[in-house]
Design a protein around this ligand. Structure first.
Ligand code: AMP
Length: 181
């Protein structure tokens, strides 16, 4: 997507073939984050649909969702909540299991991070199968909070993650698309 100011976000995302395993095209955003224009453009574009929405917290998914989510929270003037892999948070947590290609993983949030009725904007760098974001949505809902929307820099539409999330009743905002996995 060419942004309204003519900025081509896609050019700043590096693709690394066969990482972390053969057949995967890893979409590396470190090259976007290290560019002063790229980082700002990405964060601005993630934020703009939500400038007038009622949002209480921005939640980011470990790990790249922390970098983008932190910047989005700061830009929107909201607090930030980390959603982490199992065992990483120091206080009491609630968790949500989700299925990976091989096996099961768990994400967690502090049990007092959000409360009933809080309105959450969910952020990650990329949506592929949607498994991670769907689990984060379930986790937020388990806390009694509302997922206002989920926003990602990158969508891999062939994997249909955004579609799955929309079917769960979540508004999805993405900035650029790449073919394949
Ligand atoms: P999924 O749960 O399949 O939607 O995967 C999304 C999570 O895995 C995100 O946190 C991404 O950072 C990471 N991820 C999945 N596929 C890729 C990819 N091709 N390149 C970079 N990160 C990926």
């Amino acid at each position: 997507m060419i942004l309204r100011n003519g900025f081509d976000l896609k050019k700043y995302i590096r693709t690394i073939p066969d990482y972390p395993k053969p057949g995967i095209l890893f979409r590396d955003i470190t090259t976007l984050l290290s560019d002063l224009h790229g980082f700002r453009a990405a964060v601005d574009e993630l934020c703009w649909p939500f400038l007038k929405d009622q949002i209480d917290f921005v939640a980011g998914i470990e790990a790249r969702g922390f970098i983008l989510g932190g910047a989005v929270a700061h830009t929107l003037g909201r607090g930030f909540i980390p959603i982490r892999k199992k065992g990483k948070l120091p206080y009491r947590t609630i968790g949500q299991d989700y299925t990976l290609e091989y096996g099961v993983d768990t994400i967690e949030v502090h049990e007092d991070a959000m409360k009933k009725g809080d309105r959450i904007l969910l952020i990650d760098d990329l949506i592929a199968t949607g498994g991670t974001a769907a689990a984060a949505t379930d986790l937020i809902r388990k806390s009694g909070s509302v997922v206002v929307a989920a926003a990602f820099v990158i969508d891999l539409p062939e994997l249909k993650g955004a579609e799955i999330l929309r079917k769960k009743g979540v508004k999805v905002h993405t900035l650029v698309e790449f073919d394949g996995h």
